[in-house]
Design a protein around this ligand. Structure first.
Ligand code: FAD
Length: 466
């Protein structure tokens, strides 16, 4: 065969897991090679977190421009040039993926374009269309991410879209059906609803965003319904799709009754599966679950001692910040540091209306673990900043341990919940009590004061509610 190239750490996949691992490994003095078969930045930067947030932001702007009458603003003939929206979105993606390329280069990481395949526990073959090259590594970090699940009754096509297809539509659909009211379906459905698309959600569970507390998800549901162009069917089973000349006809069942809805597009967001099936992992004996999830220890090491795995291909929430966090841990473990993963304070955020965010324990989870907790709530409606933003729908709930006031969790529904949750993650990581947060001076008027006030509720002395 070919003459092998040697490297210290070989990273497979350049998503938020892989590129972060590569940079950290290089910072720690290793010779690092990262192999990417598609584009730098992975799902998150190219067809996930970033483009979806750009589309959501544009949808908000449009919606706000049209509907700010209650603040005395009336705009007529507000229009959308959707190709410009797409250009804006792709511009953001390009800036960030270009940034990743620059960072990898700046850290002297070798970036190889091609698909990696394990030959044995020290060797991968990297193939592109025309050639193949062997790499020998001391350690490898697998960060190959995940892809949308395809269900047989809903094969992806020009009209039956996965999240990537929905992000890249070239026109605003008149009607769209979304199967799956998880965060991806809810975010994309909301974005299109704001652009004027009639959106029908079909969700099997009894709530959309079923992973969140009902108090939170029901706020989202109420706002969606208020839009007037959104229909939500919960406890609904999607049955099949028929492609018509210019669209789709989707059948679903609610309470034993069969219904159909026609639309331009069907978006199917019913979960993702790990990209571990075409990597040659069986050749190496890397242990996986039936679902193809790679088993790792607290340092992200697989059962093969020089092979690590991070991100969407391992247990835990499939989120970009979790992938990056694990990437740093794996790189540090390879460098002989004592770093270990601790999933206590991984935030999860939905960019819905209002935004939802959670970190650490919920009340119910604490109960399950036998921890006696206090749940202290403060409403956005009692906060000056939220009111002056004309966006005061929501609440913050602080979860503290009863015996000593230790902060162990928080849930937020409200504007900027996605940013506010960081303070609470820090509080958990730092082992702070409600009193520590309550005694921290928060600038006025800010949404951050909601966090302070919830902490004051926890210690029994809130100023702005009785
Ligand atoms: P990926 O980002 O999937 O990257 C894996 C990379 O590996 C890819 O670039 C792939 O091409 C490459 N690869 C695969 N196999 C090989 C091979 N054999 N050889 C070489 N390269 C290979 N998460 C959040 O935290 N916040 C959000 O707001 C958010 N929004 C999302 C919105 C959408 C629409 C979607 C689909 C996902 C969203 N996510 C979000 C999830 C997030 O994108 C993933 O959790 C994250 O990208 C996982 O990172 P990763 O590094 O594990 O894998």
């Amino acid at each position: 065969g070919d003459f092998p190239i040697e490297t210290d750490t070989l990273v497979i996949g350049a998503g938020p897991g892989g590129y972060v691992a590569a940079i950290r490994a290089a910072q720690l003095g290793q010779k690092v090679t990262v192999v990417e078969k598609s584009v730098l930045g992975g799902v998150c930067l190219n067809v996930g977190c970033i483009p979806s947030k750009a589309l959501i932001a544009a949808g908000h702007r449009y919606e706000n421009a049209k509907h700010s009458e209650d603040m005395g603003i009336k705009a007529e003939n507000v229009t959308v040039d959707f190709s410009k929206v797409q250009e804006f979105k792709q511009g953001v993606v390009k800036k960030l993926t270009g940034g990743v390329a620059g960072l990898l280069k700046g850290n002297k990481v070798d970036v190889i374009s091609g698909e990696a395949y394990f030959v044995d526990s020290e060797t991968v073959k990297v193939m592109d269309e025309t050639s193949s090259q062997t790499y020998k590594f001391k350690n490898a970090i697998i960060a190959t991410g995940s892809r949308p699940i395809e269900i047989p009754a809903f094969k992806y096509s020009k009209r039956v879209l996965d999240s990537t297809g929905a992000l890249n539509l070239q026109e605003i659909p008149n009607k769209m059906v979304v199967i799956g009211g998880g965060y991806i379906g809810t975010e994309l459905g909301t974005a299109y609803a704001n652009f004027g698309t009639e959106v029908t959600f079909i969700e099997a569970a009894d709530e959309i965003l079923a992973g969140f507390e009902k108090q939170m998800s029901s706020l989202v549901k109420r706002n969606l319904k208020k839009k007037g162009n959104v229909e939500i069917h919960t406890n609904a089973m999607a049955k099949g799709v028929e492609e018509t000349e210019n669209g789709v006809k989707v059948t679903f069942e609610v309470k034993g009754e069969e219904k159909t809805v026609e639309a331009d597009y069907l978006l199917v967001t019913v979960g993702r599966r790990p990209n571990t099936d075409e990597l040659g992992l069986e050749q190496v004996g890397v242990e996986m679950s039936d679902r193809g999830v790679i088993k790792i220890d607290k340092q992200c090491r697989t059962n093969i001692s020089n092979i690590y795995a991070i991100g969407d291909i391992v247990e835990g929430p499939p989120l970009a910040h979790k992938a990056s966090y694990e990437g740093k841990i794996a790189a540090e473990a390879i460098a002989g540091e004592k770093a270990e993963i601790d999933y206590l304070a991984i935030p999860a955020v939905v960019f819905s209306e209002p935004e939802l965010a959670t970190v650490g324990y919920t009340e119910a989870q604490a109960k399950e673990d036998g921890i006696d907790v206090l749940a202290s709530k403060f409403p956005f409606g009692a906060n000056g900043r939220a009111l002056s933003l004309n966006n005061s729908d929501g609440f913050l709930k602080l979860i503290t341990r009863k015996e000593d006031g230790l902060v162990i969790g928080a849930q937020i529904a409200g504007p900027s919940a996605s940013d506010m949750i960081s303070e609470l993650g820090l509080a958990i990581e730092a082992g702070m009590t409600a009193e520590d947060i309550a005694m921290t001076i928060h600038a006025h008027p800010t949404l951050g004061e909601i966090t302070m006030e919830a902490a004051e509720v926890a210690i029994g002395s809130p100023i702005h509610i009785v």
